[in-house]
Design a protein around this ligand. Structure first.
Ligand SMILES: [Zn+2]
Length: 472
């Protein structure tokens, strides 16, 4: 059998399952998958050579590339410590990537989508901007995924960003998966930063745990968790989470899921709802898709010899850096693109009633309903920000109207945030733009220019319907 496996392997059949079916096709059976896997591991080592690297070789290369270059996009080694006793630590970046990071208050780091090189974890940390674009900052080949190693990476990133930009680098929030090693590292390097938990990971983990439950329960819990994720402040999340747990415990008294969810995603890892930080992405999707593309493009293959690996890494980091000179610029305010501007323009023409409460809060009905009374707004505030009796009652009210909050004293539309799902996730929506336009903060002339040709339009700027603004 082993002779046949070797032949198949050389012919390009390299995956255990493919190999197994090829063997069965040839009438060879009686082996277990475990035997096949073990043999495959030995075969790989024989074919590719042992996965060893020379510390001396790597250390020399790092030393040669440790001097900060003149050129902004030239990748260099920000920090390294390579020896048989301390292990492998190589952290690289460019001046442009580091200077870019200084503009951000949102850091992303992840341990889930693993890239490795000769068994060493490759860890990328980056930042995001107000247009929710992700920008890599440092590329690290580290010894292990421990709190010390993450701490070292974050610490060297902080020092390098500060050195290049001349400003202190104190992020407001660090978003990562739920790994405790990362939490410890963050609290040591950025003690003031909030610890955000990637919503995508929480969702996946909850779904996996729910698989043992009935289809009914799965569907209800998934929907409830998605609604919980749209809470827009901490008090609301605390209250709504307890209501959801009560609901589940009543419906399924024998299930272990409520206890699991409460322990994990309410008590320990609670930083995954939108209101945890209204101006930071709630997922690490930008970072993960970068990791994914590195993996699928085989830019950095697992067993590249050290010389080729560092050269490949260097050119990849240079490309990230050059990206910043083109269309991918750092945005410090959310971007209202033509699509959302058009929606806002159409929304205004519906002449929905806007109820103003106090100086800075504006309420509109969701859905088709145009009217809205002060009593309805009162009931909403009571329910959603006060004391609902059940989770379902909370959800019904929560999504019955949207609240636009002005945090900028009528100075800019982008300082208005809205509680609708799009507003929370994209930082800008038709409601915040429409309210902004009531105060002259939005100019719709581009929308008018982009209207389909042939539709009759008055000359000059279109006039805007002004929704009734009711003071309470
Ligand atoms: Zn909105």
């Amino acid at each position: 059998m082993f002779q046949v496996v070797e032949e198949l392997y050389e012919a390009g059949v390299k995956k255990p399952l493919q190999l197994n079916s090829a063997l069965l096709n040839r009438g060879i059976s009686g082996h277990s998958m475990k035997q096949l896997n073990n043999f495959l591991t030995r075969l790989k080592t024989k074919v590719q050579g042992p996965a060893t690297i020379s510390y001396l070789e790597l250390e020399e290369w790092c030393s040669q590339h440790s001097i900060q270059p003149e050129e902004d996009d030239c990748a260099y080694v920000v920090h390294h410590d390579v020896s048989p006793t301390s292990g492998v630590h190589v952290i690289m970046s460019t001046k442009r990537l580091l200077a870019n990071a200084a503009q951000s208050e949102v850091v992303h780091l992840d341990a889930t989508y693993k890239l490795t090189w000769n068994g060493f974890p490759v860890i990328i940390a980056g930042v995001s901007d107000q247009a929710r674009q992700f920008f890599p900052v440092v590329f690290g080949v580290m010894q292990a995924e421990t709190s010390e190693e993450y701490g070292l990476l974050l610490n060297k990133m902080k020092t390098a960003v500060e050195e290049v930009s001349g400003k202190t680098f104190e992020p407001r929030i660090v978003v990562a998966d739920c790994a405790d090693a990362i939490t410890t590292a963050i609290s040591q390097v950025f003690p003031e930063a909030k610890r955000g938990h990637c919503w995508f990971h929480v969702k996946k983990a909850a779904e996996t745990h729910l698989r043992r439950e009935s289809k009914d329960m799965q569907a209800i819990c998934k929907a409830d968790i998605a609604n919980l994720q749209l809470c827009y402040c901490q008090d609301q999340f605390d209250m709504a989470a307890q209501l959801a747990l009560n609901k589940w415990r009543q419906l399924w008294p024998d299930s272990g899921f409520p206890a699991y969810f409460e322990d994990q995603y309410v008590a320990r890892y609670g930083g995954w709802f939108e209101g945890f930080d209204l101006r930071a992405p709630s997922t690490n999707n930008g970072l993960e898709s970068l990791n994914g593309s590195i993996k699928t493009n085989h830019t950095l293959r697992e067993r590249l010899p050290v010389g080729r690996f560092v050269v490949a890494a260097q050119s990849m980091i240079r490309d990230w850096s050059r990206d910043l000179t083109g269309r991918r610029q750092f945005q410090d305010t959310p971007i209202a693109d033509l699509a959302v501007m058009t929606k806002a323009h159409q929304y205004l023409q519906q002449e929905k009633v806007v109820v103003q409460v106090g100086e800075d809060s504006f309420f509109v009905r969701s859905g088709e309903e145009l009217t809205l009374s002060n009593e309805q707004v009162d009931a909403y505030v009571q329910m959603v920000e006060g004391n609902p009796q059940s989770f379902d009652e909370f959800v019904d009210h929560r999504f019955s109207m949207w609240r636009v909050q002005d945090t900028g004293n009528r100075t800019e539309a982008m300082a208005m945030w809205c509680t609708c799902p799009e507003g929370l996730k994209k930082f800008v929506c038709k409601h915040s733009l429409a309210i902004g336009s009531l105060f002259g903060l939005i100019d719709f002339s581009d929308v008018a220019r982009a209207m389909p040709v042939g539709r009759k339009r008055k000359r000059g700027r279109p006039t805007l319907a002004r929704p009734a603004l009711e003071h309470q």
